[in-house]
Write a protein of this length. Structure first.
Length: 251
C-alpha cells in the first residue's frame, strides 16, 4: 500500500526530509547541513554535489526502517533563484551554484538598467533587473567558465534552479522540470506564455533599436547585448526545464 509522502525541503544551509502518513503525521525525519562558499566579498556559492549529498543523506536518515514501496509521492521545496548549470550527458555540474544572495552581477545589472532594458524585462517577467534573480548569474557563468559558452551553444548544458537539478538527479536524467513558483524567480519566465524562454528572454532585454549596443562587460569585453539584441549571447541552446503546476514555496 502506498500510504506515505516524502517531502524534501532543500534550504540555503541544509536539507530537511520529512516522511508523512495519510493523516499528515510526521513519521520520520532527516537533516543534513552543507558548507557555504564565499570566494570574495559579496559572492556566495554552493557545491551542487554537497547539496545532493545533503539530500541523499537526509533521505537515508528519514527512510530507515521504512519500505520505499510505500511512498506514493515526493514533494520538493527549495531555496529560490540559486542557479546551476550541468552537463546533460552525465548530470555533472559545470561549476559551483551561484546562490540567491550573491551580488557579483550588480555591475551588469546597473549597465543594463542604464541602457534602458529594465522596462521590457519587467513587462515580460514581472521582475526588476537585479543580481538576486537567476538570469544574470547564467550570463556570468557563460562568460567566466572556460569553454562553457561553446558547450552551451552545442546544446550540451542544462540550466535549472535547485529543484530542477534534484529532479534531474532523482529521475536519472529523465526529467528536466520546474514549477511556476521557481520559474517566476529566474528573470527568464515569460508570464504571458507561462514558459521559460531562453531564446527570446534568455536573461534578455530587448534593445530599443537594431543597433549593436557597445556597453562592455568588464570581465570579458563581450558586448552586453549581441547583434540579436539579447543579453545572453550563446544561451539559446541551453536545455531549460519544463514548467509544471505551482508548488510550495519557501526560502
Amino acid at each position: 500500500m502506498q500510504d506515505l509522502i516524502l517531502a524534501i525541503d532543500q534550504g540555503t544551509t541544509g536539507t530537511t526530509v520529512l516522511l508523512l502518513d495519510a493523516a499528515r503525521t510526521v513519521r520520520a525525519r532527516g537533516y543534513r547541513e552543507f558548507p557555504q562558499i564565499y570566494p570574495r566579498p559579496g559572492e556566495v556559492e554552493h557545491d551542487p554535489e554537497a547539496i545532493w549529498g545533503s539530500v541523499t543523506g537526509a533521505l537515508a536518515d528519514a527512510l530507515k526502517g521504512f519500505d520505499t514501496k510505500r511512498i506514493a509521492a515526493i514533494g520538493i521545496t527549495n531555496q529560490r533563484e540559486t542557479t546551476l548549470l550541468w552537463d546533460r550527458a552525465d548530470g555533472r555540474p559545470v561549476a559551483n551554484a551561484i546562490v540567491w544572495q550573491d551580488r557579483r552581477t550588480a555591475p551588469l545589472c546597473a549597465e543594463l538598467k542604464a541602457a534602458g532594458h529594465e522596462p521590457a524585462l519587467r513587462k515580460q517577467t514581472g521582475l526588476v533587473l537585479d543580481p538576486y534573480f537567476s538570469a544574470t548569474k547564467v550570463r556570468w557563468l557563460l562568460d567566466n567558465i572556460t569553454g562553457l559558452r561553446a558547450r552551451a551553444e552545442a546544446g550540451d548544458i542544462a540550466f535549472g534552479t535547485v529543484d530542477s537539478f534534484l529532479i534531474w538527479r532523482l529521475t536519472g536524467g529523465k526529467t528536466h522540470a520546474t514549477d511556476v513558483t521557481n520559474a517566476s524567480r529566474t528573470l527568464l519566465f515569460d508570464l504571458a506564455r507561462a514558459r521559460v524562454d531562453l531564446r527570446e528572454l534568455a536573461v534578455a532585454a530587448r534593445a530599443h533599436d537594431a543597433r549593436r549596443v557597445q556597453h562592455q562587460d568588464g570581465c570579458t569585453g563581450r558586448p552586453l547585448i549581441d547583434r540579436e539584441n539579447e543579453v545572453l549571447h550563446g544561451a539559446q541552446k541551453i536545455s531549460r526545464p519544463v514548467v509544471t503546476q505551482p508548488g510550495a514555496s519557501r526560502r
